[in-house]
Write a protein that binds this ligand. Structure first.
Ligand SMILES: [Fe+2]
Length: 372
């Protein structure tokens, strides 16, 4: 419980002294913009237009009334800010929105990949919450003991979020087929990649369900792209920068559709945190960059490419029938080892999106809190 002792009006700021002696400052324009009485009572959306507030707006007074900060404005509007609310939004003391931070992993991660059974998905809310939270941390999770009926992956996708319908359909099959239009449909090893770099936006979560897995080999290979990017940043910052600052062109064409999108291998947020990794060597088009930067780009791209295939980073998981892995497609690269083409092998995949997955997690967490 925060307690305000005094409030003082200064040019541009209201200064608060807390009961423990700490000081905080709030800009006048910020206070007017965030006035709790200027929020819609149901939606909590802002009702006033921020750009219409004069940058030099000044309160006529700032006082502490019943423990709250009361600010009067020259248009007779009155704003009342609770002490706890101010403490939770005290940007002058370094309060920032806390986002979940990814937990990086490497090739030693295999025994720690989060697992949950199909039965737990439906009947054990705590296990489900823990599994999705772990997925948010690591970008990968496995579900076991699933039915091997076709379409199960979409049922699970719609339970976790909402299946994204693309030109492949809601669900797409991966079998080894004779007239393959992708290396995915052969028995060859599949190098590590993120999916669908040529879509805008690329799907954010892939679910890959093994219905039949009789061939020898064909293990799932998975790499934390954030870990590779993080280590590259430490070992060769100039190569890291090049991969962040150079946009590549990704393209796919089939009889029914042409898909194209552009983006860098590594995407950063404005604070410099790694936000997304996009690596799809097979669908990446010829690099068209300045002549004097070409060799340096190849050097950086090849370094990242070799790191992603290094066993130091890669986990390798044999996947049996009735098992499914789920990856954050903006972070974790997936592939597979080669397999004998004799045995039957059938996978079904679908895409869902992170916002729906985490949005439903929040509802589950809220419901779990309410019952305790
Ligand atoms: Fe893929």
């Amino acid at each position: 419980m925060a307690t305000i002792s005094t409030a003082d009006l200064h040019p541009r700021f209201v200064k608060i002294k807390w009961s423990d002696g700490r000081m905080s400052s709030f800009h006048h324009v910020w206070l007017r913009d965030n006035c709790p009485q200027k929020r819609h009572p149901q939606t909590n959306h802002r009702v006033d237009e921020t750009s219409a507030i004069p940058l030099d707006i000044e309160p006529t007074s700032a006082t502490v009334v019943d423990g709250a900060l009361q600010v009067l404005w020259s248009d007779d509007h009155q704003s009342t800010f609770g002490a706890d609310w101010l403490a939770e939004h005290d940007y002058s003391s370094g309060i920032r929105r806390e986002k979940p931070k990814p937990v990086l992993w490497d090739g030693t991660f295999t025994p720690h990949v989060p697992r949950m059974t199909y039965e737990q998905l439906y009947n054990d809310t705590q296990a489900r919450i823990a599994w999705i939270r772990a997925f948010r941390d690591y970008g990968v999770a496995i579900m076991t003991e699933m039915p091997t009926a076709e379409g199960t992956v979409a049922k699970v996708g719609d339970e976790l979020g909402r299946v994204r319908d693309t030109s492949w359909g809601r669900v797409f099959d991966v079998k080894s087929i004779a007239k393959a239009n992708s290396v995915a449909y052969t028995s060859l090893p599949l190098v590590l990649h993120t999916d669908e770099g040529y879509r805008d936006p690329a799907p954010t979560v892939q679910l890959q369900h093994f219905l039949v897995s009789e061939s020898t080999g064909g293990d799932a290979t998975l790499v934390d792209g954030f870990k590779v990017a993080h280590d590259l940043r430490e070992q060769a910052p100039e190569k890291f920068d090049v991969l962040c600052n150079t946009e590549l062109y990704f393209h796919f064409a089939d009889v029914d559709i042409v898909l194209e999108n552009d983006g860098p291998i590594i995407e950063l947020d404005p604070a410099g945190n790694i936000k997304a990794v996009r690596f799809s060597n097979h669908s990446c088009q010829p690099f068209l960059i300045d002549e004097d930067k070409m060799e340096a780009y190849y050097d950086a791209y090849s370094t990242f490419g070799a790191m992603r295939e290094d066993p130091r980073y890669r986990i390798q998981i044999p996947m049996g029938a009735g098992e499914m892995y789920m990856v954050n497609n903006r972070r974790v690269m997936h592939g597979r080892t080669g397999f004998t083409s004799g045995g039957n092998r059938h996978l079904q995949s679908c895409y869902i999106e992170l916002d729906e997955l985490y949005g439903r997690l929040s509802i589950l967490e809220r419901a779990a809190l309410a019952t305790h």
